[in-house]
Design a protein around this ligand. Structure first.
Ligand code: HEM
Length: 415
């Protein structure tokens, strides 16, 4: 028998009626959006990053691993993006502002990436996890004391959006007041559009530049000093790139993980201790990783030469978005993929290849303590709205419940 496979070769600009990528993070059922895309297009589907800006979304496990592990064909550097080069995407517009080329670990490949990556890996390697857990407990305590005094809270905006950035700011060496300022700037970047967002981003960068200057003059026991002390003798610019990428961009997925775990706990009886269940904060976090991976999609790669992927021709200059949720969903139902033999597939939730998350350990400590402390201190915490009315808000990369309004039945003092 002869098996023939056809490669589909339409170009992105020739395809109409495309699904906006943001539907994969804001829909009540992101997995269903992925399934619809797969049914219509196969494992590599055209989507819109914003109106008029198409890209490929990779939905298949095998294709995802191929893209993530092969930076000599699928590069991070957006100078290789056709739509940016031909002016379709302006560097100061919505998606252009996020993806325009810059000197940061998420944006570069090869030697420059490895240099910045080593600074971060080696600094994270030295993290004392007990000290980290204590810092998380302290910041959770500050947030929860305030919520307990009020008797009710929105666990997304009053808690989960604050804790990870405050913790990472402290780990990098900002004092409490500076950490709060960093959070305030981040909230303005998140909410503001145009000039106000730019001003807040500049304020974040200035805070980091001051931190680097001060640790250069007087090293201390924090991640910024560890980066500056690195044997590869990083410049201030290297340190600025490493610190800002990790501090500013790193916590989005963390917020998604904590909020999705709290949502499960509040809406799914299997995770509710009062119903006789015994699932811990870590069990809940593990379940959230499997069902709603914190990184639904990750940052696009830009194709360096014409190639085929999932039976589709991909052209040099196209943008390709690795879809982590799609690969996890596919792997639950398929069996002939060698990568599946490694067992539990939520490992892809942390990415793969040279850009895989360097913060897996500290991210897990932060999430465990943040979810554990909320459940411990808030006692019998109940959602005040019907679960089916909860909506998701999202960036192109991750899905976060818009709010989790709760009240508490019992109040536990700090230890
Ligand atoms: C404190 C929390 C976190 C920090 C500081 C952090 C930091 C980072 C950094 C710096 C990168 C870029 C690595 C590189 O390009 O070489 C990265 C990538 C990534 N992180 Fe994290 N991360 C955090 C939490 C998480 C969580 C909770 C998840 C999901 C479970 C996650 C999933 C990923 C993924 C999938 C990538 C790969 C992106 C890609 O290949 O495009 N991260 N993270």
């Amino acid at each position: 028998m002869t098996v023939t496979t056809t490669t589909q070769s339409e170009r992105l600009i020739d395809l109409d009626d495309l699904t906006p990528l943001i539907e994969t993070t804001t829909s009540a059922d992101p997995a269903a959006v992925y399934e619809r895309l797969r049914a219509r297009w196969g494992n590599v589907a055209p989507v819109l990053l914003e109106p008029g800006v198409p890209a490929w979304l990779v939905l298949g496990h095998r294709e995802l691993v191929t893209v993530l592990r092969n930076e000599s064909l699928f590069a991070r550097d957006s100078r290789n993006w056709g739509l940016l080069a031909d002016g379709t995407v302006r560097p100061d517009s919505g998606v252009g502002g996020i993806l325009a080329p810059r000197d940061g670990i998420y944006y570069v490949d090869g030697v420059r990436h490895r240099h910045l990556r080593r600074l971060i890996d080696d600094a994270f390697e030295g993290i004392d996890e007990h000290r980290l857990a204590t810092i998380v407990e302290q910041w959770c305590g500050v947030a929860l004391d305030r919520l307990l005094a009020e008797g009710e809270a929105d666990l997304v905006n009053d808690y989960a959006r604050a804790v990870p950035l405050l913790v990472m700011s402290t780990m990098f060496g900002l004092d409490a007041e500076q950490s709060r300022a960093m959070l305030g700037h981040a909230q303005r970047v998140f909410q503001a559009k145009g000039a106000a967002g730019g001003a807040a981003l500049n304020a974040q960068r200035a805070l980091i530049a001051d931190l680097i200057a001060s640790r250069r003059a007087e090293p201390s026991d924090d991640l910024t000093s560890a980066i500056l002390r690195h044997p590869s003798a990083p410049t201030d610019l290297d340190a600025q790139s490493a610190v800002s990428a990790t501090l500013i961009l790193g916590s989005e997925f963390e917020v998604a993980w904590i909020t999705q775990a709290l949502r499960l706990r509040l809406t799914d009886p299997r995770f509710d201790g009062r119903a006789g269940g015994r699932l811990s904060a870590s069990d809940t976090l593990a379940a959230a990783l499997g069902s709603t991976p914190p990184a639904t999609n990750t940052g696009p790669r830009f194709v360096l030469a014409d190639t085929t992927l999932g039976g589709r021709k991909i052209w040099a200059g196209d943008a390709v978005v690795p879809g982590i949720l799609g690969a996890s969903a596919e792997s639950r139902g398929s069996s002939d993929d060698i990568w599946l033999e490694s067992g539990h597939l939520s490992y892809l939730t942390w990415g793969a290849g040279p850009h895989a998350c360097p913060a897996r350990r500290p991210a897990t400590v932060i999430a465990q303590v943040a979810v554990g402390e909320a459940l411990r201190r808030l006692g019998g915490v109940t959602l005040t709205v019907p679960p089916e009315t909860l909506r998701a808000t999202g960036t192109l990369w991750s899905s976060v419940p818009r709010e989790l309004p709760v009240r508490f039945e019992a109040q536990h003092p700090a230890r």
